[in-house]
Design a protein around this ligand. Structure first.
Ligand SMILES: Cc1cc2nc3c(=O)[nH]c(=O)nc-3n(C[C@H](O)[C@H](O)[C@H](O)COP(=O)(O)O)c2cc1C
Length: 254
């Protein structure tokens, strides 16, 4: 695993809003550029492209982990004015330091879980360890384990679902990114698959009809509450500003 193209492959395993994968890459002899792909923006749910920039930050994080694992020392320049197109510039030089490979192994194992957890508690010492991962300046995190605090978040999620899911434009946008059947998933290689949402695949026409009739704020909030109550902790990542360099740097905590 030494070629720059392979680092890009690991970068593309990063999480992204609605799995839009809103990034493009260019590979040169000693550097890789990551460009935001605005053709994959989500104007309804993410009108300021905040989540788009967090997503490309996640791709950057994977790329850096893969490059370090292969013996490179990545140096990142964020959105330099001298670049003709807005991008993250990652310069790669050989490094003498060998990296612990746990993070690298985690890239292909990590995925989003939208199913109920098994209620197994994560040991407090491990939660502390996650909490103490250093963040970039302007980024903080909050680990919530107390039932009272979790209840407050459940109320916020319920309110969020009520606002979003009663908005036809939101529902149309998310439906356009759902890949209901396996053949739709294979055709697009992006978006939210039925399986990733904890549902069985179905023909596209049936899935879209089901979405229109049965999916709404109430049912979503019920699922979200079940998932949150069964999880050992909730972690909230907070950026002081909505500046794109800051949101990009939230990546290390995601
Ligand atoms: C910025 C950002 C926002 C996200 N928002 C949500 C969300 O609101 N609800 C959700 O279920 N998943 C959310 N996700 C998870 C993505 O849907 C998920 O990463 C994507 O579908 C790819 O799947 P994977 O994480 O299993 O690789 C978000 C991910 C990112 C990076």
């Amino acid at each position: 695993m030494h070629t720059f193209a392979e680092f890009v492959r690991y970068a593309t395993m990063a999480p992204s809003g609605h799995n839009t994968q809103p990034w493009k890459f260019s590979v040169e002899k000693d550097c890789i550029r990551i460009f935001p792909d605005f053709t994959r923006a989500l104007p309804v749910v993410d009108p300021d492209n905040r989540e788009l920039y967090i997503s490309i930050g996640c791709a950057l994080e994977n790329l850096a982990i893969a490059a370090k694992y292969a013996g490179y020392d990545p140096e990142v320049k964020y959105f330099q004015a001298s670049e003709p197109d807005e991008c993250l510039l990652v310069t790669l030089k050989h490094s003498k330091v060998t990296e612990d490979n746990n993070l690298f192994q985690a890239i292909s194992r990590r995925h989003t879980n939208r199913r109920e957890y098994n209620k197994q508690q994560i040991p407090a010492a491990d939660l502390k360890k996650i909490e103490s991962v250093p963040t970039e300046e302007g980024v903080t995190s909050l680990m919530l384990t107390e039932p009272g605090a979790i209840k407050e978040i459940i109320e916020l999620v319920r309110e969020g679902n009520r606002i979003q899911m009663n908005n036809d434009a939101f529902m149309d946008e998310i439906t356009s990114w759902i890949r209901f059947s396996d053949s739709e998933a294979e055709l697009h290689l992006d978006g939210l698959t039925s399986r990733a949402m904890g549902k069985s695949p179905a023909p596209g026409w049936l899935g879209r009809m089901f979405m229109r009739i049965f999916v709404g704020a109430k049912s979503q909030s019920k699922t979200d509450e079940k998932n949150m109550r069964s999880s050992s902790a909730l972690m909230v990542v907070i950026s002081e500003k909505n500046d794109k360099k800051i949101v990009d740097r939230c990546r290390a905590k995601l």
